[in-house]
Design a protein around this ligand. Structure first.
Ligand SMILES: NC(=O)c1ccc[n+]([C@@H]2O[C@H](COP(=O)([O-])OP(=O)(O)OC[C@H]3O[C@@H](n4cnc5c(N)ncnc54)[C@H](OP(=O)(O)O)[C@@H]3O)[C@@H](O)[C@H]2O)c1
Length: 326
């Protein structure tokens, strides 16, 4: 069993690179057979990964609930106490409903699918019309009751984080973040650092762009494949973003690594509170991504990578208001 470096999401210790499990159920075309997905998750654990990300809405075509949580639950049930499971609830209620009761019933259903009696990190997947203070208060009750160890928000900006933090400190914020989606650098990541909040980048490999494996000729799948809508992955923008991919490729050659690994090592070097959750439905690539935790960039290497990166415009932008629910 391999031991990976760890980081803290406030009170929760996790491997420095986590694993996004979404694609076993949704978002990147055809899903693998369940046995394959379970084995891929178990392999990641054996390889030192202790941080697994799912959500109640991750199901084929986002229709139905809990497909992904069930897979994660089956894969990790024997090692439950040794791993951190993060899941997300999607709350749509009327102003007359009791926020805590609604959230508790979502959480109980997630726990059942995950074959556990607690969730380590419970995120609100998207802000809806419920004031964040009410969400924070309900999350606080769930923490006090021992049903969750910490809570988080996803795709949020500083004013919302600040309001939530005043009611019940957050363990983590999960936003889109990669070398080509850097909105969170301006104030969100610094705010999280100052307030001891972990920052968990989703789509850290820009949905595959930063692996260097996608070209303008790559055909995405027709069904349930978000890459058809990722702006950096339009034919024209893949070509426009090529200098960034080339930069990564050159760097990777020198470091005996892969472009995807360098893009992850870059963010790990840049911020001590960042824990990326790359997603893949391929066993080998999952391990490749986890191994990024072992790639050390010197200060000089980081500065040269960052300086070069800053020189290239990014074509296509999803931003915090991004297009997807997942
Ligand atoms: N909070 C939110 O709203 C939200 C939104 C989206 C995602 N998420 C979470 O974040 C996780 C990661 O995000 P993501 O999956 O959208 O984006 P990602 O990790 O940036 O990219 C996933 C894509 O990149 C490819 N890829 C990954 N590693 C690779 C490598 N080393 N070499 C070549 N290709 C590679 C994958 O293909 P293969 O499968 O073929 O390897 C897949 O097509 C998800 O699993 C989910 O848990 C959260």
């Amino acid at each position: 069993m391999y031991i990976m470096k760890t980081r803290m999401l406030r009170n929760i210790e996790v491997s420095a690179v986590g694993m996004g499990c979404m694609a076993f159920s949704h978002g990147y075309g055809k899903i693998p057979a369940e046995e394959y997905s379970i084995e891929a998750i178990r392999n990641a654990y054996t390889h030192g990964c202790t941080f697994f990300d799912t959500a109640e809405v991750y199901s084929p075509n986002l229709s139905g609930i809990g497909h992904n949580e069930k897979i994660v639950g089956k894969a990790l049930k024997d090692v439950r106490k040794d791993v951190v499971i993060a899941t997300k609830l999607f709350l749509r209620i009327t102003p007359f409903e009791d926020v805590y009761k609604a959230m508790r019933s979502h959480l109980e259903a997630s726990c059942e699918r995950l074959q556990t009696d607690y969730v380590d990190l419970y995120y609100l997947h998207r802000m809806g019309s419920i004031p964040v203070e009410k969400i924070a208060e309900a999350m606080g009750r769930l923490i006090d009751e021992g049903m969750i160890r910490g809570w988080g928000l996803s795709q949020v900006d500083v004013p919302i984080i600040e309001r939530a933090q005043k009611v019940r400190p957050l363990s983590a914020v999960q936003n889109i973040y990669s070398m080509v989606e850097r909105d969170s650098e301006e104030s969100i990541i610094p705010f999280c650092m100052e307030n001891n909040i972990g920052f968990v980048p989703f789509s850290p490999i820009a949905s595959g762009l930063l692996s260097g494996k996608i070209t303008a000729e790559t055909k995405f799948e027709k069904n349930d494949d978000v890459r058809n809508r990722v702006p950096q992955l339009s034919k024209a923008n893949i070509a426009g973003n090529q200098p960034i991919v080339d930069l990564l490729r050159n760097f990777a050659e020198k470091k005996n690594a892969t472009p995807a690994q360098i893009s992850l090592a870059w963010m790990l070097h840049k911020y001590p509170n960042v824990v990326p959750i790359p997603g893949s439905k391929n066993k080998e690539r999952i391990i490749e991504n986890l191994n990024a935790a072992d790639i050390i960039l010197s200060e000089e290497e980081f500065t040269s990578l960052e300086t070069e990166l800053n020189r290239h415009p990014v074509y296509g932008h999803r931003g915090l208001g991004g297009f997807w629910r997942s």
